[in-house]
Design a protein around this ligand. Structure first.
Ligand code: ADP
Ligand code: MG
Length: 706
C-alpha cells in the first residue's frame, strides 16, 4: 500500500522551480517597460495609487504571462468572513468587432472586481438588496497561476466602504503599526528607515488520514472532526511520533507539497512529525504579514488538494480526535525596517537595547491591556475544543520573556537601568543584556505568547484559522501602545528621564501579564485569577467582549474598524459558532440514530439468540452473553434518551435565532454538554460491540493506518 504513493524521484531544482508560477518582481522587471515597472514598485512600496494607463500595461503583460503559464481565467482572490478564501473565475475570452475570439484583460479588471456579494456574511452591514461589493487589487501580494487561473490577491469591501473581509483591516493595521513604530525610531535618532513592516512566519499543524477511511465517517465529512470514537489502546504517551522518522507515504506527500508550494513562491522550510499519531507540521520562512496571511491560506488549500492525490485527507480541524493533541498554528511576529533592522532583536549595543526594550514593553503592555482582543482573534467553536486541554495554552493570555529578560525588566522598573553617560548618551545602568540562548531547550513551550529571541510567538491560533485576525490584533494593539509612548516622549522636555519613567511605569503596571511557569496547570489558572487576568474559557465569553468600549475606542482611533464593523464581525463570528455546533449536533444525531443504535440493538439481538439457545439447553445462568446483553441493552436505552435530549436542546437553540448572543450562549451551555453525554454513551457501546459490526472506522484505524 505504502509504495504506491511514492512520487517520481526525478531531480527537482528548487532554485529553478521556485516561484515559477508567480508574477513576482523578477518577472515584472523583466517584462514591464522600465517606467511602468518603477511606478508599480512605488505603488507596492508606498501604497500610491496606480495610474489607469499604467494599470492597463501591467494587466496586459500579466495576462500574456499567465496565458504562457496555461491560464485561461483570472480571479480576484479574497478573504471574506467565511474563514475560507473566495474566488470567482472569469475567462480572458472576449469577442472583437469582427466576431473573433480575443484574449483580453484590462487595467480596470485587474484593479477592481465586482463579485455579487449578497451571499457573503456581512453581519447586517448591508442589505442583500444592495448586495454590491467590490474587490480591489493588493499589489503588495504577488499574483500567481494555479489550476489554469490567474489569482489576483484582493481586498473586499462593500460599496459604501465597509470592510467585508480579513485583508483590508490587516493592511490597515500594518499601516498603523508602521506609522507609530517610525515615530519611536525617530525619537531614538534613526533617520534612515522609511518603513516598518510586521513580519510573520506561521507554523502549520495538520493531520493526515486515509481517504477511504475518511469517506466512511460522516462526522469527518460534515464537521471535520470525529464526534464519536473510543480511545485507541495507544495514543501519544510514548512520545514516539514527535520528530519521529517520517513514513514513506507521508514523506512522499510532504515532498509533493513542498514542490507545489515552492512553485507558488511559498518558502516552505521545515517539516516534521508532531506529537499526536498522524499529526505533522510545516513551517515557512517568514514574510510581511499580509503576504504571510495570503500564503498561509494558499498553503492550507494546497495541503488539502495534494493530500487527495495521495489517497489521503488533510485535516485542519483544531481537534480531529479526542484524547490526543489537536492542531494549532504558531504565529511568529516581529517588526522589521526596510533597511533590515528587526526591532525585537536585542542587539549588542546598549543604545539599541533601550530601543528594543521600548518595543518589548509596548508588546507586554498591548497584551495586558487588550487580552480579550487576542482571545477573540482565535475564537471559534473548533478552537475551543483545544485551548486549555493540556496541549495548548489555556484561554488566559500571558507573556513569556525568559528569566534573563525578566531580570532586566525588574531593573527597568526600579529605574536603575537607563542612565546618561558624561556625553549625555543613553546607557544601561547595569551591564548590557546577556546573550539570549536561542536554542529551543530554553523555551517555554506552554506560553500563549512567548518571546523567542527576536520575535513573539503567539500560540493560541487554531490550525484552520486565518492568521489575519491574530495579526490585525497584534499590529493594532502594539500600534496604539507605541502611539501612547511616542505622544509622551515627543512632548518630553527631558527625553531620557521621561523614557526611564515611562518604561518603569509600564513594567510596574503590566508585569502581572508576565509568566514563566507552566501554563497548562490548574495552579496557573488560580494564580492568573488572583492577578486579575481574564480567563475567557469559551469563544462566546470572548466574543461578547468584542464591542467593549476600550476595544472599540482603540480600533476606531487607529481606523482599523468602525463600531458598526466591529458589531458586524461579532455577529458573524457568533453566528458561525452556533452554526458549527448545530451541524455537529445534527451529525451526531444522524450517526447515533442510523448507525450506532441499530448496531447496538442488533448485537443485543444476537446475544439474546444465544441466550435463548443456552436456556433451551439449560445453562444460561449468569453467562457472559446475559451480562453483555443486559449492559448493552441498558446503554442502548441511555443512548436513545441522550439522542432525544440532544434533539430537544438543539431545537431549543434553533428557536432563539432572533437573538444571536443568547443563541450562541445556549449552544455553548446546553447543546455542547448534550453532545458530550451522547458521545460518552456511544463510546461505551463501541467498546462492547464486535469490531466487525462497528459501522465506521475506529480511532486505531484512523490514526495508525497511514
Ligand atoms: P519553532 O518550531 O522552534 O517555534 P521554527 O523555526 O519552526 O521554530 O519556526 C519559527 C518561525 O518563525 C519560522 O516560520 C520563521 O520563519 C519565523 N521567524 C523567524 N524570524 C522571524 C521574524 N523576524 N519575524 C517573523 N517570523 C520570524
Ligand atoms: Mg513554534
Amino acid at each position: 500500500m505504502v509504495d504506491n504513493y511514492n512520487v517520481d524521484e526525478e531531480s527537482f531544482s528548487i532554485k529553478e522551480q521556485f516561484g515559477i508560477h508567480v508574477f513576482n518582481d523578477d518577472v515584472m522587471s523583466d517584462r514591464l517597460p522600465k517606467n511602468v515597472y518603477l511606478s508599480l514598485k512605488r505603488t507596492k512600496e508606498f501604497g500610491i495609487a496606480l495610474e489607469p494607463d499604467v494599470a492597463d500595461v501591467v494587466a496586459n503583460v500579466m495576462k500574456n504571462w499567465a496565458i504562457e503559464q496555461g491560464a485561461t481565467h483570472f480571479t480576484h482572490w479574497f478573504h471574506p468572513m467565511t474563514g475560507v478564501t473566495a474566488e470567482k473565475h472569469e475567462s480572458f475570452l472576449s469577442r472583437n468587432s469582427e466576431g473573433r475570439v480575443i484574449m483580453e484583460f484590462s487595467g480596470k479588471e485587474l484593479i477592481k472586481g465586482e463579485p455579487d456579494a449578497s451571499s457573503f456574511p456581512s453581519g447586517g452591514l448591508r442589505d442583500t438588496c444592495e448586495a454590491r461589493g467590490y474587490t480591489a487589487w493588493d499589489p503588495t501580494s504577488d499574483a500567481f497561476v494555479k489550476e489554469n487561473s490567474l489569482y489576483i490577491p484582493t481586498a473586499f469591501c462593500s460599496f459604501s466602504g465597509e470592510v467585508l473581509d480579513k485583508k483590508t483591516p490587516l493592511l490597515r493595521s500594518m499601516e498603523a503599526v508602521n506609522a507609530q513604530a517610525l515615530r519611536i525610531l525617530r525619537l531614538f535618532g534613526n533617520t534612515t528607515s522609511s518603513r516598518v513592516t510586521a513580519t510573520v512566519g506561521a507554523e502549520q499543524e495538520y493531520f493526515l488520514i486515509d481517504k477511504k477511511l475518511y469517506d466512511k465517517r460522516q462526522d469527518l465529512i460534515f464537521a471535520g472532526r470525529t464526534l464519536f470514537g473510543a480511545k485507541a489502546p495507544k495514543g501519544q504517551e510514548m512520545d514516539d511520533h514527535y520528530y519521529g522518522s517520517i513514513k514513506s507515504r507521508v514523506s512522499s506527500y510532504m515532498r509533493d507539497l513542498d514542490r507545489e508550494l515552492w512553485k507558488l513562491g511559498v518558502y516552505s522550510k521545515t517539516k516534521h512529525n508532531e506529537v499526536a499519531p498522524a499529526q505533522h507540521e510545516l513551517a515557512p520562512i517568514f514574510a510581511s504579514a499580509n503576504v504571510a496571511a495570503d500564503q498561509n491560506q494558499l498553503t492550507m488549500d494546497v495541503m488539502k488538494k495534494t493530500a487527495l492525490r495521495h489517497g489521503l485527507v488533510c485535516l485542519l480541524h483544531e481537534k480531529p480526535f479526542a484524547s490526543v493533541s489537536g492542531s494549532g498554528k504558531h504565529n511568529n511576529w516581529s517588526l522589521t525596517t526596510d533597511d533590515g533592522i528587526n526591532l525585537l532583536e536585542p542587539g549588542k549595543t546598549p543604545h539599541k537595547n533601550i530601543m528594543f526594550l521600548t518595543f518589548l514593553c509596548a508588546v507586554i503592555k498591548a497584551v495586558d491591556e487588550y487580552p480579550e482582543l487576542f482571545r477573540i482573534s482565535v475564537a471559534s467553536a473548533s478552537n475551543d475544543c483545544r485551548l486549555g486541554a493540556s496541549e495548548a495554552p489555556p484561554a488566559i493570555l500571558s507573556v513569556f520573556v525568559g528569566a534573563e529578560l525578566e531580570k532586566i525588566l525588574e531593573a527597568l522598573e526600579s529605574g536603575a537601568l537607563i542612565k546618561k553617560n558624561h556625553r549625555e548618551e543613553l546607557m544601561l545602568g547595569v551591564e548590557s543584556l546577556p546573550n539570549f540562548p536561542k536554542d529551543t531547550t530554553d523555551r517555554n513551550r506552554t506560553s500563549p505568547m512567548a518571546f523567542t529571541g527576536n520575535k513573539f510567538e503567539f500560540r493560541m491560533l487554531g490550525s484552520g484559522d486565518s492568521i489575519s485576525c491574530a495579526n490585525i490584533m497584534m499590529n493594532s494593539t502594539v500600534a496604539i501602545e507605541l502611539k501612547k509612548f511616542a505622544d509622551r516622549l515627543e512632548n518630553a522636555n527631558d527625553f531620557s528621564a521621561e523614557l526611564n519613567k515611562m518604561l518603569s511605569e509600564t513594567v510596574r503596571d503590566h508585569k502581572r501579564i508576565i509568566w514563566g511557569g507552566n501554563n497548562y496547570t490548574e495552579d496557573w489558572v488560580k494564580e492568573a485569577e488572583s492577578r486579575g487576568l481574564p480567563n475567557l474559557r469559551t469563544s462566546v465569553d470572548a466574543l461578547l467582549c468584542y464591542d467593549d468600549d476600550k476595544n472599540v475606542e482603540m480600533l476606531e482611533e487607529l481606523k482599523i474598524f468602525t463600531r458598526a464593523e466591529i458589531l458586524s464581525r461579532q455577529e458573524i463570528l457568533l453566528e458561525n459558532y452556533s452554526k458549527r455546533i448545530n451541524i455537529e449536533a445534527l451529525t451526531m444525531i444522524h450517526m447515533a440514530k442510523k448507525q450506532i443504535l441499530p448496531v447496538g440493538i442488533r448485537f443485543v439481538g444476537e446475544l439474546c439468540d444465544i441466550i435463548d439457545s443456552k436456556k433451551r439447553l439449560g445453562f444460561a445462568e449468569d453467562c457472559v452473553e446475559l451480562r453483555m446483553a443486559k449492559k448493552l441493552s441498558q446503554l442502548n436505552n441511555e443512548l436513545d434518551i441522550a439522542i432525544s435530549e440532544l434533539e430537544s436542546e438543539d431545537s431549543k437553540a434553533a428557536s432563539i435565532a432572533g437573538d444571536i448572543k443568547r443563541q450562541a450562549a445556549y449552544y455553548c451551555e446546553s447543546v455542547l454538554p448534550a453532545m458530550e453525554k451522547l458521545r460518552e454513551i456511544a463510546d461505551e457501546i463501541e467498546n462492547i460491540v464486535p469490531a466487525n459490526m462497528w459501522p465506521f472506522p475506529t480511532y486505531s484505524e484512523l490514526m495508525f493506518n497511514v
